[in-house]
Design a protein around this ligand. Structure first.
Ligand code: GLN
Length: 293
């Protein structure tokens, strides 16, 4: 087989060095990390293993597989879609191009939801995760809160299949129910008045900012999960209109948003809603808005 180094078998250290150079040249901002994650994936090992046995040789098959992945990464495909995995809140989630790749800043939403649940709602109420995608929020909450039941909805059947797989993988499928449909309209009428908390990381990128997204996001992640109309808030407006019917009195909404959007939402809040807070992510940017009905 051909692999550019005269037919010799590469060892791990050399392969990583060459791969890092290649990805850096292709413009990856995390070339070394990408190279390591992809090689660990090919070798079915932990990333740390690469440092324990840097002299281990790659087989011809492994080299070919690594080369193919590097080529796709160099063309911009996100690492999570190449490996089919992404870590979120300490757990590994399956991801496919049908779902948005879980972001670290969304862990804030999970943390706040768990905290509110423990403080205010530790009884027979339900949490909903609207637009669940990979199920990262719904499954993490079910894992963190052993007594909670979560209702997860998504408009995309392909996304729900991934979310269900993640619920099974983390042994919470008995406590997460999945519904396909448009936001809260996906839920059967029997859930009216029974939700304590509604979480949502809906598409909130303004259409007008399409050109500012990094190319790997714009070209590979599902637009259905990214864009929320002219100012990014179109889906949240609809969610606010649907939510009162499903919430208990004093029930809350935790919504992931982009900086600047809480002010817009606050200005046009329908009657009955109260803005409880705007929470900042680790980068100090507005990331979650909390509303009470
Ligand atoms: N935070 C995502 C981004 O990186 C957007 C996620 C969303 O729209 N819900 O663009």
């Amino acid at each position: 087989m051909q692999h550019g180094l005269g037919g010799c078998q590469l060892d791990i250290a050399t392969a990583l060095f060459a791969a890092t150079r290649r990805l850096r040249a292709a413009g990856s901002p995390s070339a070394r990390l990408d190279a390591e994650v992809l090689l660990a994936h090919v070798l079915s090992c932990e990333r740390l293993h690469l440092y324990r046995v840097p002299e281990q040789k790659l087989s011809a098959g492994q080299q070919a597989q690594y080369d193919a992945l590097l080529q796709r990464r160099a063309a911009g495909e996100p690492v999570a879609y190449l490996t089919g995995r992404r870590e979120f809140y300490g757990r590994e989630f399956i991801v496919t191009p049908a779902v948005l790749i879980p972001r670290p800043e969304t862990e804030l939403l999970v943390e706040l939801a768990a905290q509110r649940w423990r403080e205010r709602f530790d009884h027979a109420l339900y949490i909903a995760d609207i637009g669940t995608g990979s199920g990262a929020i719904a499954v993490s909450l079910a894992c963190l809160l052993p007594r909670v039941r979560v209702l997860a909805t998504d408009v995309s059947p392909a996304a729900l299949a991934v979310a269900l797989e993640n619920a099974v993988r983390h042994a919470v499928a008995q406590r997460v129910a999945f519904y396909q449909g448009d936001l809260l309209a996906a839920l059967p009428a029997e859930w009216a008045g029974r939700l304590g908390l509604i979480c949502a990381n809906l598409p909130y990128v303004p259409e007008t900012e399409r050109g500012q997204l990094p190319p790997d996001v714009l070209h590979y992640e599902p637009h259905l999960a990214l864009f929320g109309g002219p100012d990014g808030l179109a889906l949240y407006r609809r969610l606010l209109a649907q939510a009162p019917r499903f919430l208990v009195p004093g029930g809350r909404l935790l919504l992931e948003i982009a900086p600047g959007q809480p002010e817009i939402l606050a200005r046009e809040l329908p009657p009955g809603w109260r803005l409880c807070g705007v929470h900042l992510d680790l980068a100090g940017r507005e990331r979650v808005v909390e509303l009470e009905y």
